[in-house]
Design a protein around this ligand. Structure first.
Ligand code: AKG
Length: 479
């Protein structure tokens, strides 16, 4: 076992404390750290009651399901076995030892097989719940399944802790519960993940990680790159060097896209981030990855994997736009709220002050998304309803913008489709361009978005976005 993988329980008793307290309810009087074995066992006695109390578990729609019913009963039976056994053990240990042993937090060897059993039962239930989460569109999945998924993740984390599992195993389970579930029990999984993550980073000796991220060598000859199929109606984008709030407000009012320079020079991310830095800080975190050339492709799909796996598998792709490159080779962490999961990266970026000019100054309402991927990721021509400041941290992208007035020329999918805000046309496909004469005079502008620059995209402006090299962008959507 490496240092990084050594026991979770012995090093973060405060997380165990938090977990037990929030999962098992306030009826259990838990001491401040370190927890005693006796008190930990007392806390565990409440598992059965908690399983009933946790949101979702007792809902009829779940209990009427024979598989769930059986599985939960089996699980509770196992927990009860633990409980009975623990009572005897606790009494024994009370007689044999005087009091708390400080860091004696974890189950004894003889309990491990019981814990293994519980974990096995939990994984049957998790697999079944996973299938339910993947039937149909994500938004139409009843929330109850998501809550159940998180409940199971919390229970799994408890057992992993008792089993002395590694930090890496624990954080993976936390991430799965965070990604697929609901923030129940005061978002306890996120809190645990934060603490475990900072332990992992410290142990990996990332104090000098900052020096990792100093160079992002440009690998593209920007002067030679352009998008295909320019129309006869091209215009130049407005460029503004750190405009004042008043100037920016007038861009917003007139719905004018603007290439902003010198507005994020003070972001630590600009100096620190590159692919290897992201790996060091976040490689062990689990995230959703879009796989396929673009979200309109037939074989496009989403997979869940660690950021390290993503980097190994997808970030090494060629920067040449290679016709033969297999579409499935493209992976993209796209439109993902990475920064709520990873406060370690969030502290390196700042919300642009222009976002305060929107209809709400409430920072909570600003949607911050990460876009991290190799060369040649494509976001097909689409529009969004809100103002957007798209910031390029490293790498570069080329973007074609069309004003809302050109919508009909871009032939959006039908209103009833999930893709209603996306064009049916691929602007870089030559035969389509030729077949649609209306596109040949669609008004547009092309923009090279390089590291350190940002693009203001007004609401409902169509945009097609292609990366030219390994790239990290952050978008800020605001009303
Ligand atoms: O960077 C990209 O691939 C797309 C960005 C985008 O569509 C957005 O920020 O709305």
């Amino acid at each position: 076992m490496t240092n990084m993988e050594s026991s979770f329980a012995s090093r973060i008793p405060s997380s165990v404390h938090l977990l037990l307290k929030q999962t098992f309810g306030s009826t259990v009087e838990l001491p401040e750290t370190p927890l005693s074995q006796k008190r930990l066992r007392l806390a565990l006695e409440n598992v059965e009651g908690v399983a009933e109390k946790l949101p979702g578990i007792s809902a009829n729609e779940l209990l009427e399901n024979p598989f769930i019913h059986l599985s939960i009963s089996r699980l509770l039976k196992i927990l009860q076995d633990v409980f009975h056994k623990e009572v005897i053990c606790s009494e024994d240990s009370l007689q044999n030892t005087n009091e708390d042993k400080g860091d004696d937090l974890i189950a004894s060897e003889k309990d491990i097989s019981v814990i293994e059993n519980a974990l096995k039962e939990l994984s049957y239930l998790t697999d079944y719940t996973w299938e339910q989460l993947n039937i149909g569109h994500w938004k139409s999945v009843p929330r109850i399944w998501r809550k159940l998924y998180t409940c199971l993740a919390i229970l799994k984390v408890c057992f992993l802790v008792l089993k002395r599992s590694s930090n890496l195993e624990v954080i993976k389970e936390c991430d799965m519960g965070i990604l697929m579930g609901e923030p129940i029990c005061q978002n306890v999984l996120r809190k645990i993940a934060e603490e475990v993550s900072s332990r992992i980073i410290t142990e990996a000796n990332c104090n000098n990680c900052e020096t990792l991220g100093t160079s992002n060598p440009a690998v593209v000859d920007y002067d030679k790159i352009c998008l295909r199929n320019k129309s006869s109606n091209e215009f130049e984008v407005v460029v503004a060097k750190k405009p004042s709030l008043e100037e920016f407000l007038s861009f917003m009012k007139t719905k004018t896209p603007v290439l902003l320079t010198n507005t994020i020079d003070y972001w630590p991310a600009l100096k620190k981030w590159n692919v290897e830095y992201i790996r060091k800080i976040a490689g062990f975190r689990t995230v959703p990855v879009e796989v396929g050339q673009k979200y309109t492709s037939e074989d496009w799909t989403q997979k869940v994997m660690s950021i390290s796996e993503f980097i190994d598998k997808y970030m090494q792709a060629s920067t040449e736009s290679n016709e033969n490159q297999c579409q499935n080779d493209i992976g993209y962490i796209a439109q993902y709220h990475l920064f709520t999961q990873l406060p370690e990266l969030r502290k390196d970026i700042r919300i642009p002050e222009y976002c305060a000019l929107g209809s709400t100054s409430d920072h909570e309402k600003i949607e911050i998304n990460a876009w991290f991927g190799p060369a040649n990721t494509i976001s097909p021509t689409h529009y969004d309803p809100n103002h957007n400041i798209l910031v390029q941290v490293f790498g570069s992208k080329i973007i074609r913008l069309f004003p809302p007035s050109e919508s009909s020329k871009l032939q959006p999918h039908s209103d009833s489709s999930l893709l209603f805000n996306t064009s049916q046309l691929d602007i870089e496909q030559d035969d389509l361009f030729l077949a649609h004469p209306e596109m040949r005079n669609a008004k547009h502008c092309d923009i090279m978005l390089r590291a350190g620059k940002s693009l203001y995209i007004p609401p409902r402006w169509w945009h097609y976005v292609k990366s030219l090299e390994p790239s990290f962008s952050v978008s800020f959507w605001f009303e």
